[in-house]
Design a protein around this ligand. Structure first.
Ligand code: ACM
Length: 381
């Protein structure tokens, strides 16, 4: 090949790392879709300063180590500096040393356990002060103080449960049981868990199960004939996507805390939902992970339009403190911690696979990933 592309019209190349296969595809495929939808919208409107965004995609197939491997390939061989990707905290932790070493910028659109900061990551999913705190209060008020923890066996569930245990204990609650299952577990693995739940008689099941195993947990619960009105499964990760996969009847009555549900009112969300369904099918619901994947690309493009440079040291300061009118409402990237200030909502699933919002913050909640502003008496009046 001779000559170089015209620098003024060459596309902006970005990396995209979400699983289209394996046990996490049920949710990561939707994050991929949200990312591509935003890129298509930006390109249809003329790109950024007249230049198209072109994604370089890899499928890490739900393997955490593969995220680290592909992040390195993106940065070293594909010469990409910005990466949109990761759902599980283990995949983020595999990418973190790569972007830190090579000075890239990972945009991470997933709720997580908090207690992390990297100058090379922009966190656009909820931190525990934006979901766990309100969920704990809601569950204690409406169902009771004894929680049973069931989680997938990796860093997010164990750390998320550590925080939930502290919140509970500080307010007179207790953990009635705690069990972790392999990410690749099968439906039959939940049978002893259901027996244990019946014996320990908690008021709430707090699930940190992710991916395909979510379907097996809720189906096993339905098979065991528990009643969500009396003993719901509450979660920070069960979205419209997992509910669709398990069946609306199986998901009905269970509770999730999230910054966004498809049902959020307002013109901004209506046009987002309409655009998503037009692109991916009328039966495809949006969810909190799609929404974060979508709005973070728009925030990136807005910053890039101002810097006209993908250099992390130039782009990052423009991202910090920036705001965006997202489908969930106005969001901003908190300059103190590189996490997004987001809305807090609690929803209960209905028989149409949609969440009905039963609690909502009055304003966006400032990100506080280390729970600095939340002493142990956080739930007390
Ligand atoms: C997660 O692993 N951050 C859900």
């Amino acid at each position: 090949m001779t000559g170089r592309p015209d620098q003024t019209s060459a596309p902006w190349r970005v990396g995209v790392l979400f699983s289209s296969s394996g046990f996490m595809a049920v949710i990561e495929e939707t994050q991929l879709r949200g990312t591509l939808l935003a890129i298509e919208e930006i390109n249809a409107a003329g790109g950024v300063n007249g230049r198209e965004i072109v994604p370089r995609l890899y499928d890490p197939a739900s393997e955490a180590a593969a995220f680290g491997h592909f992040a390195k390939r993106l940065m070293v061989e594909d010469e990409v500096t910005t990466i949109f990707g990761c759902y599980t905290s283990s995949s983020r932790k595999a990418v973190l040393p790569v972007v830190e070493r090579l000075n890239g910028l990972l945009w991470y659109p997933t709720l997580y356990e908090g207690f992390e900061f990297s100058p090379n990551i922009i966190y656009t999913g909820a931190a525990p002060n934006q979901n766990s705190v309100a969920l704990c209060r809601f569950l204690m008020d409406h169902y009771g103080p004894r929680f049973y923890f069931v989680g997938s066996d990796y860093v997010y569930p164990r750390e998320s449960n550590r925080i939930m245990r502290e919140l509970l204990r500080a307010n007179g609650g207790e953990v009635a049981g705690e069990v972790y299952l392999d990410l690749r577990c099968k439906r039959r693995d939940f049978l002893p868990v259901m027996r244990d739940i019946r014996e320990s008689a908690p008021d709430v099941i707090f699930s940190t199960v992710v991916g395909d195993a979510t379907v097996d947990l809720y189906q096993s619960y339905a098979d065991a004939r528990f009643d969500p009105k009396l003993l719901p499964i509450a979660s920070l990760t069960t979205t419209e996507a997992e509910i669709r996969a398990m069946g609306f009847d199986v998901g009905e009555g269970h509770v999730t805390a999230a910054p966004y549900f498809e049902c959020v009112s307002g013109e901004r969300n209506s046009s987002f939902v309409a655009g998503y369904k037009k692109r991916y099918g009328a039966d495809e619901p949006t969810n909190m992970c799609v929404e974060a994947a979508y709005f973070q690309v728009h925030m990136f493009a807005k910053a890039l339009g101002q810097t006209n440079s993908m250099d992390t040291d130039i782009l990052r300061p423009m991202v910090l403190g920036s705001t965006f009118d997202a489908p969930q409402g106005r969001v901003s990237i908190n300059p103190g911690c590189s996490h997004a200030d987001l809305w807090t909502r609690i929803g209960r699933a209905n028989r149409r696979g949609q969440f009905e919002v039963v609690h909502q913050s009055v304003n966006p909640v400032l990100a506080d990933p280390y729970l600095i502003g939340y002493g142990r008496s956080v739930l007390c009046p």
